[in-house]
Each structure stands twice: as structure tokens, then as C-alpha cells.
Design a protein. Structure first.
Length: 76
């Protein structure tokens, strides 16, 4: 399902002036830090369970699935 901003952009795509003003004031801003910045490179999930150490950038679920392939060992 398209967001409200995406639907509006589709309606005004042939009007460059109105499109520029709409993009400036209505599109979500790009995040440089915080919750919405960290995204899993495998599934695209955003959230708290994000492993960014060593530049991995995987969510906890994807990390558990591929940890052995990456060379991590589970301690028991």
C-alpha cells in the first residue's frame, strides 16, 4: 500500500514546481542517527535488535540464521 506522500507525488509528477514544494515540506526526512537509521541489510527490518558491531548491520533474527556461516560459534 502506498503512503499518502507517494500517492500525492503521483498526482503532481507532471508539475515540477508543485512537486518540488511538496517534496520539501511533506516527505519524511532522511535519518542520520537513531531508531529509524539502522536497517537490516538482509530483510530491511528496523528496530532495537540490530547488530551493527563489526559493520554487520543485521537484525537479531537474520543474525541467528547466518551466524555460523559468518564464522561465529555458539557458547553453551
Amino acid at each position: 500500500m502506498a503512503s499518502h506522500a507517494e500517492r500525492m507525488l503521483k498526482q503532481i509528477e507532471h508539475k515540477p514546481g508543485k512537486k518540488a514544494v511538496f517534496e520539501k515540506h511533506n516527505l519524511p526526512k532522511k535519518r542520520k542517527f537513531g531508531f529509524a537509521q539502522s536497517v537490516c541489510i538482509r530483510c530491511g527490518r528496523k528496530g532495537w535488535g540490530h547488530t551493527s558491531k563489526y559493520g554487520l548491520n543485521y537484525c537479531r533474527i537474520c543474525f541467528r540464521e547466518i551466524a555460523q556461516e559468518l564464522g561465529f560459534k555458539k557458547y553453551e
